[in-house]
Design a protein around this ligand. Structure first.
Ligand SMILES: [Zn+2]
Ligand SMILES: [Zn+2]
Length: 239
């Protein structure tokens, strides 16, 4: 079933009356078409202290994380308004693996309602799924989020500009080094696309940054001048 995320932004309070909803997490009454109650929305782990270059959540204020000081990523700036932690992680896995489209719509609206970065790109490019996985799942959850965000920000969506040229192993169980190897050479810019000078490549969750870094590298090689890396949520560093 195609996902319909064409809801107006949540600032429209009239949606309350039109879309009485229940909180996806606790069952209380939702608000603003969000399918979250005010208390659960307040629990969402906002990413408020982070590395300026890669958006990694930091435990104490610092301009950059240790990894970016040693080796700057291939993208220019990053935006990840949430930390990938409970309860947002629960909504994301329901959306990604459980076909829960209300959870997806809620995540998209949370992203749209987050303070936007300065210097918006000319276009957003979603991280693609390999066609074999797309066939199994029926939809690309990243495209659904990126499409809603692009409409909200008034930025062009380049939905097929990047393609996944080979299927990759699920990244979940892999180390950072394995993740980089796993996605190396897995993406290409389609030859019939001419991309603008400044784009943002969009993923749902950024864990080590390997996927976004590989996409940014490929986009730059195709002539894009500035690539920003956007994800709804960034996982805190392990250990
Ligand atoms: Zn709730
Ligand atoms: Zn960093």
């Amino acid at each position: 079933m195609p996902v319909n995320l064409k809801l107006p932004p949540m600032v429209d309070g009239a949606l309350d009356a039109l879309l009485p909803s229940h909180c996806l997490l606790c069952g209380a009454r939702g608000q603003g078409g969000l399918s979250l109650c005010a208390a659960c929305e307040a629990e969402m782990p906002r990413n408020e202290m982070y590395c300026a270059r890669c958006a990694l959540p930091l435990a104490s204020p610092a301009p950059l994380c240790g990894r970016c000081i040693r080796h700057a990523p291939s993208w220019d700036t990053a935006w990840a308004p949430f930390r990938y932690e409970w309860p947002l992680a629960q909504l994301e896995s329901r959306f990604k693996f459980g076909d829960d489209l209300a959870a997806g719509r809620t995540l998209a609206l949370l992203w749209c309602a987050s303070p936007r970065p300065v210097g918006l790109p000319d276009a957003v490019v979603p991280v693609p799924l390999h066609h074999s996985r797309l066939r199994r799942r029926g939809y690309n959850q990243v495209l659904e989020l990126a499409g809603t965000l692009a409409r909200h920000l008034g930025v062009r969506l380049c939905r097929d500009a990047l393609v996944r040229t080979r299927a990759t192993d699920a990244q979940t169980e892999l180390s950072a080094v394995q993740r980089r190897r796993n996605v190396r050479g897995a993406f290409a810019v389609r030859a019939d696309w001419t991309l603008p000078e400044h784009v943002a490549v969009v993923d749902d969750v950024c864990t080590t940054g390997a996927t976004l870094a590989e996409c940014a590298r490929v986009l730059k090689r195709a002539g894009v001048q500035r690539v920003d890396a956007w994800a709804l949520a960034r996982a805190p560093a392990h250990g």
